[in-house]
Design a protein around this ligand. Structure first.
Ligand SMILES: [Zn+2]
Ligand SMILES: [Zn+2]
Length: 395
């Protein structure tokens, strides 16, 4: 009986304690419990999903798509703006103007406000350097990814324009958050520009610079000749006497980038004359007398493939030895594709570098991996037992 009473009193005590515990949230947070509001994380996912789906629509209405969402509640408004503004593609001056006006309107203090939501920016160089908003680029303190198209720049403007963008972006401090930088359709790649990149964005992990997309072999003769004259597509030998000099100069300029793992330098390592001699002997497309094939499709130019591919490996090795964290390096190449005839150009180790190629480790390159189009090649780097080795397939 005594035991029964004791156990009853335990139960009663436990019930009383439980009852008190259960009643607390009801009493103190009754509003939260009775509300049907979704957790912020779920709302965030839903908004992100909606924006991704909407952006795949060719008629994506941009801000008009989120207008109604921003009116739902203050919480929803903040989530929608944060997601919408996290990735900006600014192709026209009016897009830039509207976006920056919106960013400025969303907070009293630009540094702590909506500008910090912006993580990715894609824009042409001319748009990013347009005033009055160019000087406001310094508010983008949280930028992870920056992609600039330099298609409209010439030899005399691109350095100045890029300098202006860097100075504006970093006028308060270097952007330590920026890990991916892409500069496409550059007139040329110069060490001064590489040094500026290393100084302005010291945390870069992926760096993609390219000139050769400016050349258009699928267009008429006049367009091709125009694009060749305003692009330093093959810096050897006009700018650098040897491929070795080019690789050394570029690697030295990028050496301060301690986090750099993936690098693409979009210039041809083949001799500058290769393109011009190809234009003299190139077959014209049937029915299109103005259009010639690219050197990558030419049997005569293919005679240079082996040497060029050897140079690409040698240059990759030089860069890999100087930039210690590098895992992959890419180049523009007319001979990016592998084939049975080129099997001896698949792999190279750092103790082969001065032996004229005689000691190269042979690796079948039929499985060559081409990233992007056929005017690129990619090389993977392996560091093991104090040696550096490069080849055209992942290790
Ligand atoms: Zn044309
Ligand atoms: Zn040719």
């Amino acid at each position: 009986m005594v035991l029964y009473r004791r156990s009853c009193s335990h139960i009663t005590e436990r019930r009383r304690r439980n009852a008190r515990t259960l009643s607390l949230p009801l009493y103190e947070n009754s509003v939260t419990l009775t509300s049907s509001q979704l957790p912020t994380e779920i709302l965030d996912e839903i908004v992100q999903f909606a924006l991704v789906i909407a952006s795949t629509d060719l008629d994506y209405p941009g801000f008009a798509f989120i207008r109604s969402l921003t009116l739902a509640s203050s919480c929803f408004r903040k989530i929608v703006f944060r997601r919408y503004l996290s990735s900006l593609t600014l192709n026209t001056l009016s897009q830039l103007d509207n976006t920056f006006k919106l960013l400025l309107s969303l907070g009293d203090e630009p540094f702590a406000g909506a500008f910090s939501w912006v993580r990715t920016v894609h824009a042409p160089s001319g748009i990013l350097s347009a005033q009055p908003h160019a000087s406001q680029l310094c508010y983008l303190t949280n930028l992870n990814e920056l992609s600039i198209n330099c298609n409209h720049e010439g030899f005399s403007t691109y350095q100045q324009r890029f300098k202006l963008i860097c100075v504006n972006l970093t006028s308060c401090s270097p952007i330590m958050t920026l890990t991916t930088l892409t500069l496409t359709a550059l007139p040329r790649i110069e060490t001064r520009m590489l040094q500026r990149i290393a100084l302005s964005f010291p945390s870069i992990v992926n760096l993609y610079l390219s000139c050769t997309e400016r050349l258009n072999f699928s267009h008429c003769w006049c367009c091709l000749e125009d694009s060749l004259t305003c692009t330093m597509h093959s810096p050897v030998p006009e700018r650098y006497l040897e491929v070795h000099d080019l690789a050394t100069a570029f690697a030295d300029a990028l050496k301060p980038l301690k986090n750099l793992t993936d690098l693409h330098l979009g210039v041809f390592l083949s001799h500058e004359d290769l393109v011009y001699s190809h234009m003299r002997h190139a077959p014209h497309y049937l029915g299109h007398p103005d259009i010639i094939s690219a050197p990558s499709e030419c049997d005569i130019c293919a005679d240079h493939a082996k040497d060029v591919r050897m140079d690409e490996l040698a240059a990759s090795l030089i860069v890999a030895r100087k930039i210690r964290g590098l895992q992959t390096i890419g180049w523009s190449s007319f001979f990016g594709y592998g084939g049975g005839d080129w099997a001896s150009n698949g792999e190279k180790a750092d103790d082969d570098v001065n032996d004229g190629g005689g000691g190269d480790q042979v690796e079948d390159t039929n499985s060559d991996i081409i990233v992007g189009n056929d005017c690129k090649t990619k090389v993977w780097i392996l560091r093991m037992n104090g040696r550096v080795r490069v080849r055209r397939v992942p290790w």
